[in-house]
Write a protein that binds this ligand. Sequence first.
Ligand SMILES: Nc1nc2c(ncn2[C@@H]2O[C@H](COP(=O)(O)OP(=O)(O)OP(=O)(O)O)[C@@H](O)[C@H]2O)c(=O)[nH]1
Ligand SMILES: [Zn+2]
Length: 341
Amino acid sequence: MLEDAFSAYKGPYIAGRVAAQHKTVCEILIPGAMIQAAISGAMRRIGKQPVVGDFVVLLDQTELNSYTIVDILPRKTCLARGSPGDGSEEQVIAANIDTIFIVTAVGKDQNLRRLERYLTIVYSSGAKPVILVNKIDLVDDTAQVIKETQDIAGDVPVITISALSKNGLDALLPYINPDETVALIGSSGVGKSTLINTFFGETIQKTMGVREDDDKGRHITTVRQLFLLPNGGIFIDNPGIRKIQLGDSSDGIERTFSDITDLAHNCRFKNCTHHDEPHCAVRNAVQQGLITQERLASYHKLTDELVFQSEKAELGLKRLEKKKYKGMTQSARKYREFTGK
Ligand SMILES: Nc1nc2c(ncn2[C@@H]2O[C@H](COP(=O)(O)OP(=O)(O)OP(=O)(O)O)[C@@H](O)[C@H]2O)c(=O)[nH]1
Ligand SMILES: [Zn+2]
């Protein structure tokens, strides 16, 4: 697919992958090297902003010792969050991630509701979720933890590990494949950094040290966010991914709560919200103990948030349209002034 997209470019154009992004320049991984490239003015004018993980088209002007990003290839998957504050649009954080490890932990850091939230985010990104239950060294009975997690996860793989004592990490290997991209998400304190150090550790530290000066001998302070693993797999870690929130992701919710959405077909009303409508199959299931009250509450909470997000998005769209319309009337006025009509 990417080859097709790229075949439109010939001559001095090469392909690369964004390893870190700033406002006007990016660090780009090209075969055998890491380079810096400026984002073309044309792209900036239309607000096309590359993100980490993007495959981009670069204009290679070797004689000028410069690279310019001129296009972004279609994104296979797209990790985004609803923008905080009064912003309206989704904010893309990273692109083309194949597998996302959702890191959770046992003990006080175990939170099944948060796990539903993360599953929703991952599903809507298009990436494949894998759940890692960390700190397994802290419990005697892992069976119960696995069961509780699996009940929520459906057919998503659940892997128990201890990042600290390096237990169970081999089970991650099947998900690290050449030319595939993986990333980690999870709440603060579940052990992401520890896992990165013990599992990806050595490789990443080596990659970070690849080039500390740019061509002019200046020190580069950027923190690279995309790392090449020894087997050709790629790992992405960036602050945005660490702070991800629920975005605009209705199909994510449907897949996360497929038990609820399946049951909903049997509710009397097609648009049943499972709050207080009569003959609600979902609330029936809760009464029979097939679905926990907490899970239904979590479903309601996430659905409410989503409605809020999409209303916000619509509002933003209207604002944008108004602005565009204003722009059009202004240029029409200028045109009339110019032509005297
Ligand atoms: N017992 C136990 N403790 C762990 C394990 N993995 C991490 N920890 C501890 O949990 C604490 C938090 O770990 P971090 O790796 O900093 O967690 P994090 O997810 O990166 O947190 P943020 O940086 O805030 O996002 C540290 O004190 C770790 O030593 C584990 O497998 N077992
Ligand atoms: Zn219902």
